[in-house]
Structure formats: C-alpha cells, structure tokens
Design a protein around this ligand. Structure first.
Ligand code: 5GP
Length: 212
C-alpha cells in the first residue's frame, strides 16, 4: 500500500471495548496482517493466564516494580482494573511513533480518556460485542476469572458502554467474524493515514514546492 506519511510520525490507534468483546483476537489479527502496525505490550500486575507469555501478551510486573515505574513517569497512562494495575509504557509509544510506525493500544475506557486528555494525535475506536448475551457467555466460557472477579468484570463491562460517545469510531465484532471487524478497522486506519494535519501538509509542501 502507498504510504501517505513516509517521513512522519506514526499514528496512535486506541482500541477499547468491554471485556469479553473479543478485542484481543481482533487486535492480533489486525497487527499480524499489516507490517506497518505495531502492537503496544502493556505492563500489568495481573497474574498471567495459562496461555499468556511474559513480553508477548503483557510485561508481567509485581506491584513494587509497577509503582516504581509510575513514580518515574514511565507510563503514558495507567489504570487500576479489577484490582490490578495496567499501563502503557511511554518508551514503547515514543520510539514506535518516532520511527513512523502506527501503534495500537488495546486499553480500557479510562486509559483511553487519559490518552485523549494528553492532546496528542490519536484515533479512537470502540469495539462492540455482538450482543450483551454473547459478551456474558464469552466471559463465562473463558473461565479465566474466579466467580467474584467474573461478576466484577460483567459490571465493569456494562459500565464501559457509557463511554462510546467519547470515541471517534465504533465497530461491531460479530460472532465468528473477526475478519469482518478487522476489515472495518483497516478502512479506518487507511482513512486516518490520509487525514490532513500539520505534519502531512509540511510533507506535501516540501514534496511539491516549486523551485524558485
Ligand atoms: P485483561 O485482564 O482481560 O487482559 O485486561 C483487562 C482490561 O484492561 C481490558 O479492557 C484491557 O483492554 C485493559 N488493558 C490492558 N492493558 C492496558 C493498559 O495498558 N492500559 C489500560 N488503561 N488498560 C489496559
């Protein structure tokens, strides 16, 4: 694909959606099919699930390590979710964007609002589950949480819908059609790469300036 932003900073793409929406599958498929995209690996104090690997799914830290990073300004944003810390490492964001690659942040709604408040250019996408019933079903079938954690996640998931209006785009993740959601998000990213902003204008005026 023609790169419209060759000498420019990469885009920040924030993807949120209630737990159980299938975000992780969508985001992984998106990232694996596009060499110009990077996926931000968050840090968390949540214990790893049996199918998760340190450094691939998350950087799994203990509470002291995480709190040290907070104190030293190591996070672009961080939140407490379900009793655990989660945060986006500032170093990852800065180096990826500076290298002109677009970076996906798969973060919760509160983290997304914090990024929005930073007033940096970012594209926000809210991923909707097929329905509330299917969201509950997916969370229950996953069996990765205790009963009380599951109840908490369900409550949190329902409250996250209140934030949709603060996002720029909304995409539905239909049951058994990850590819459909991925295609829609690709279109959004494609359009965002062509959006006129100061950086793009500067590149164009350099490329098309007439010699005096
Ligand atoms: P999980 O424990 O299911 O992996 O993630 C729980 C929630 O935390 C999900 O909504 C996920 O998107 C969000 N999350 C993961 N990493 C981060 C992060 O770095 N920052 C924020 N704010 N949320 C995150």
């Amino acid at each position: 694909m023609w790169n419209n932003r060759p000498s420019q900073k990469g885009l920040l793409i924030v993807i949120s959606g209630p737990s159980g929406t299938g975000k992780t599958s969508v985001v992984r498929a998106l990232y694996e099919g596009d060499a110009t995209l990077e996926l931000s690996i968050s840090a968390t104090t949540r214990p790893p699930r049996s199918n998760e690997t340190n450094g691939i799914n998350y950087h799994f830290l203990d509470q002291t390590e995480f709190e040290n990073l907070i104190q030293h300004g190591g996070f672009l944003e961080w939140v407490k979710y379900g009793g655990y810390y989660y945060g986006t490492l500032k170093s990852t964001v800065e180096s990826t964007i500076a290298n002109g690659k677009d970076l996906i942040l798969e973060i919760d709604v509160h983290g997304a609002m914090k990024v929005k408040d930073l007033n940096i250019r970012c594209t926000s996408i809210f991923l909707l589950p097929p329905s509330l019933e299917s969201l509950e079903k997916r969370l229950r079938n996953r069996r990765t949480e205790s009963d009380s954690e599951l109840q908490q996640r369900l409550l949190t998931a329902k409250s996250e819908f209140d934030y949709i209006a603060d996002y720029e785009y909304c995409v539905k993740n239909p049951d058994n059609d990850v590819a459909g959601a991925v295609t829609q998000i690709r279109y959004i990213i494609s359009a965002e790469r062509c959006r006129i902003d100061d950086q793009l204008l500067a590149t164009i005026s350099q490329e098309f300036s007439t010699p005096q």
